[in-house]
Structures are given as structure tokens and as C-alpha cells.
Design a protein around this ligand. Structure first.
Ligand code: URA
Length: 433
């Protein structure tokens, strides 16, 4: 097989055979096929698309480029959750221990934040001592002991995706459904789950900004996952305003603790419960939605889910006292309130602008190699539909970068639109599959 013939075939809109995809991906992962040929194929795929058969073959071959973690010794049903990422999305920190208390095993391989969207790994690393890198034996030990473990991918796990994702980032080939689907599912499949519940975000603060684009991605993920023998369910959820009231790593850990103590913002609680219901039903540990909801609420209210998170943190080398007393989490030296300049109802809280402001304050990274400031971010955010008076705090900016404060303040102020007309909060769930 000759790489350029495969590129030409896709360029001309023809379907690639399984062997051609395998030849290309294995060749790229092993260094035989250079970046420039992979970039050309990625662009051809971006422009021409792929059939469901090709997407399945691409996902299988990406997975085969690395090791898989043998989680077959776990007795509980293994159900993972994946969010396509958004601003303030801390759901995994709450959901994993919560469903683990209900008899689900959650072997979760998570990512770091890149661009505007945050990453679960960065959030966990703001807990003093938490190790996100575990080897397979240690990962299994945590899973057997407490039912959930959240780690970052090892280098030899889907190495084709490590290389290809970095290449796509600089060649304009990120927004391609087959490339996104194979990238997400190959990493999830590497921990051998029985099922996967997806939270696909749409809106200003999401990677898919239009509802129709996000819907197409949702359907492609579900179809491909099912063909790879995964049980699949998906929610399409709103990311036009940030999720919850906190954006930024340690601020989001503190908000997750609030939720696990039976408080926290209504949208974070609602989304966690909706995803949890699907995970419990998929794992057949609840007969129906009503029973699943009752069990999840009981585990939140009793504090059992919070204790489970502390156990997971301790098993990962972290200090659970930082969760008992979030004042022990690292905090920023500067806290700057953002006042409302008019009274009325909050009409918009532009998630993209808040994400940009948080990144400027130090909470995110513009390049993969950048370091995040775990303390930086934006807290106490008002939500769409809430009423404010003149001078009332719309949000509090947290940072150690005085030089960035002015720009971040202007961006955050622009994120809020206030009107005298009554505004209802937008629906959180746009579609369910
Ligand atoms: N997340 C991934 O893991 N891969 C993509 O291609 C896009 C989002």
C-alpha cells in the first residue's frame, strides 16, 4: 500500500477499506508515515467525511495503536461518562464517586483543559498531592477499593491519538466528526467499559457551537460506540452559559464539594443526577428512573458520595482534608468583585467570554505546554434569569496576575447582558438519545 494513494482516494471522496485505514494509522503511530501525509489525510477526511464503517475502522485502529487496561477483574458494571467539555464543567468530580456508591465501577481516563474548556485532570491536580498518573496495577487497586478512579492517559494508551490530536490542532482539522468520534471513543475504549454515557455540549462555550453540529456529533458517537459493542446513551446539553457558579480549577473542586454536601448550584446538581440516572440504568443497578434518582439523591444527602470522593483522593495520594475544609485548597492573592452597572434580569452570561477571561486570569492554557494556575478563575457567577440590583456582584475574579486583571474584567463585564424584561433560565437538556 502507498500512503499517497490512500490520501488521493479519500481526497476524491471514496470510502477507505479497513486495511487501508489500519495501514495508515499503524504507520503513523510507529513513525513510518510522516506528519505531512497524516495531515493531508486528516484534511481529506475533514472535507470528505467518512461512512459509519470507516469511522468504526478508524476507531478500532486508533485503539489498536496502544495498550488497553485490563479491567475485566471488576465485578460491578463498568460505565464511564464523557463530556465534550465546557466552561465550569466539574460534573465528573461529583458523578464518579456518586455512581460508585450505587454499584457502578467508573474507570475514567480524563484529559487536561485546552483552549477555553477546562479539564478534569487539571481540577484534580489542584487538590494537594493528588496523583493523576497511576500505572495499571495502581489504577485497578483504586477501582477495586473505592469503585472509581480518575487518571490521565499514559503515553502508550492510544499513542496514535496523542500524535494526531496535536497535529489536528495546528492543521485546521479539529472540527471533523469522524476524527472527533474516533479520538474520543478510542481513549474511552482503552479502559474496557461496558457502557458510556455522553454529555455533548453545544453553545458559545463548547467545542461545537451550533446545536445541529453537536447533534450530528452525538448521533455519530452513539452509532459508532454501539457498533463497537458499547452500551451508549447521550444527552445534548446547554453550554451557552457556564455550568454552575465557578470556573477555574480549585474553585471548581470547592463547588463540587458543595454539591457532594447536598448543596451547590441547581444546574450542576440536575445534570449530575440526569447523567447518573442513565449510568445506573445502563449498568442495570436501578430498575427505572425513579429508583435511580432516589438512590442517587440518598447517596448525596447522606454524605456517602462525599466520603467516596475523599477515599478516591486519598488513594491517589491527595489530601482529603482539603475537601473537608476547602480553605486548605490553594487560593489566589487577588479577588476582584465585578459589580452590575444596571438593575434587572440576567439575560446572557456568555460562556465563551467567561472562558477567555478565566484563561487570562491563569485558569487555562493556550498551548498544550502551558502551566495552569490552580487558584485562578471566576466564582460567584450569577446565572441567566436571576435578578440583580445596581452594584451587586455579578462574579468574583480570582488571580495572581494583576497585569491581566483589566483585560479579564472587561471581558467578564461584556459577558453579562442585563434586561428589565423577565428572563427564564434556558433548558439544560436539548436532546436525549
Ligand atoms: N476531544 C477529544 O478527545 N478528541 C477530539 O478530537 C475532540 C475532543
Amino acid at each position: 500500500m502507498v500512503p499517497q494513494w490512500i490520501i488521493e482516494k479519500k481526497r476524491d471522496g471514496r470510502a477507505l477499506a479497513d486495511e487501508e485505514i489500519g495501514f495508515f494509522i499503524q504507520g503513523y503511530a510507529s513513525g513510518v508515515i510522516p506528519d505531512y501525509q497524516m495531515a493531508a489525510l486528516a484534511m481529506a477526511i475533514t472535507l470528505q467525511g467518512m461512512s459509519p464503517d470507516e469511522t468504526v475502522a478508524l476507531t478500532r485502529n486508533m485503539l489498536a495503536s496502544g495498550i488497553t487496561l485490563d479491567t475485566s477483574s471488576l465485578r460491578n458494571p463498568k460505565i464511564d461518562k464523557h463530556s465534550t467539555g465546557g466552561i465550569g464543567d466539574k460534573v465528573s468530580l461529583v458523578l464518579a464517586p456518586l455512581v460508585a456508591c450505587c454499584g457502578i465501577a467508573v474507570p475514567m481516563i480524563a484529559g487536561r483543559g485546552l483552549g477555553l474548556t477546562g479539564g478534569t485532570i487539571d481540577k484534580l491536580e489542584s487538590i494537594p498531592g493528588y496523583r493523576t498518573h497511576l500505572d495499571e496495577a495502581a489504577f485497578l487497586h483504586v477501582l477495586h477499593t473505592c469503585g472509581c478512579s480518575i487518571i490521565r492517559a499514559m503515553d502508550n494508551l492510544v499513542p496514535a491519538d496523542n500524535k494526531l490530536y496535536a497535529l489536528r490542532d495546528v492543521t485546521g482539522t479539529v472540527p471533523s466528526i469522524p476524527l472527533i468520534v474516533s479520538s474520543i471513543l478510542s481513549k474511552k475504549l482503552a479502559a474496557q467499559p461496558d457502557g458510556l454515557v455522553l454529555d455533548v455540549k453545544w453553545g458559545h462555550g463548547a467545542f461545537m457551537t451550533t446545536r445541529s453540529g453537536a447533534e450530528a456529533l452525538t448521533r455519530a458517537l452513539v452509532t459508532t460506540g454501539r457498533r463497537l459493542d458499547l452500551r451508549m446513551a447521550a444527552l445534548l446539553t446547554d453550554m451557552n452559559q457556564p455550568l454552575g457558579r465557578a470556573v477555574g480549577n480549585s474553585l471548581e473542586v470547592a463547588e463540587s464539594v458543595d454539591v457532594l454536601r447536598g448543596n451547590g448550584p441547581a444546574d450542576v446538581v440536575a445534570l449530575t443526577l440526569e447523567l447518573g440516572v442513565r449510568m445506573l440504568m445502563m449498568g442495570h443497578v436501578a430498575a427505572d428512573r425513579k429508583q435511580a434518582l432516589e438512590r442517587l439523591r440518598a447517596k448525596l444527602q447522606s454524605g456517602e458520595a462525599f466520603e467516596r470522593l475523599k477515599t478516591m483522593v486519598r488513594l491517589h495520594g491527595g489530601d482529603p482534608r482539603a475537601l473537608d475544609d476547602p480553605a486548605r485548597l490553594p487560593s489566589a492573592t487577588i479577588r476582584e468583585p465585578l459589580p452590575a452597572h444596571r438593575a434587572g434580569f440576567i439575560q446572557t452570561v456568555d460562556a465563551e467570554a467567561i472562558g477567555r477571561a478565566a484563561l487570562l486570569l491563569g485558569a487555562g492554557r493556550a498551548r498544550v505546554t502551558d502551566k495552569v494556575d490552580p487558584t485562578a478563575g471566576i466564582a460567584a457567577l450569577k446565572k441567566i434569569g436571576e435578578v440583580v440590583t445596581v452594584g451587586e456582584t455579578l462574579a468574583i475574579l480570582h488571580t495572581n496576575r494583576r497585569d491581566r486583571l483589566e483585560e479579564a474584567r472587561a471581558l467578564s463585564a461584556d459577558a453579562f447582558r442585563i434586561t428589565v424584561e423577565h428572563v427564564s433560565p434556558p433548558p439544560l437538556i436539548a436532546l436525549e438519545i
